[in-house]
Design a protein around this ligand. Structure first.
Ligand code: ZN
Length: 133
């Protein structure tokens, strides 16, 4: 409790707003890409790597990305809730304080660097890799 100052809290709120706006923008763009019928339009001039089905790969990547982004929006909402309830900035795994620089870089972060590393390893094993945003 009380891990961050009210000034830091304001900053995080602003960062969450920005993050949300950019996620929504990417989602909107992704929707346009998926409605495009031609694969050629999706990957202009980038299919030069020989026999690789690059355009098909791009479509798959977009779908995976959209799923990631939906998760991001959820995380943003949760981060706001934690800010309001005073639980923000505490690692959900080890209960240690999360470094504020880390929170600034990724405001919806719920884990300290160490626990996130462990978590990412588990995620990589079980499903889609965590978002690189
Ligand atoms: Zn931790």
């Amino acid at each position: 409790m009380g891990n961050i100052t009210s000034k830091q809290k304001l900053l995080i709120h602003r960062l969450l707003d920005q993050q949300e706006a950019s996620v929504l923008a990417v989602l909107a763009r992704d929707g346009e890409l998926r409605s495009a019928e031609s694969f050629g339009e999706l990957a202009p001039g980038e299919g030069s790597e020989g026999d690789r089905p690059f355009a098909q790969k791009t479509v798959t990547t977009n779908l995976v990305m959209a799923m990631d982004l939906a998760g991001e929006l959820d995380q943003i909402a949760q981060a706001r809730e934690r800010l309001d309830t005073g639980h923000y900035g505490t690692c959900i795994d080890c209960q240690e304080k999360i470094d504020f620089d880390r929170l600034k870089a990724r405001p919806m972060e719920r884990r300290c660097a160490h626990c996130q590393e462990q978590h990412a390893k588990q995620l990589a094993k079980s499903s889609i890799s965590p978002s690189a945003i």
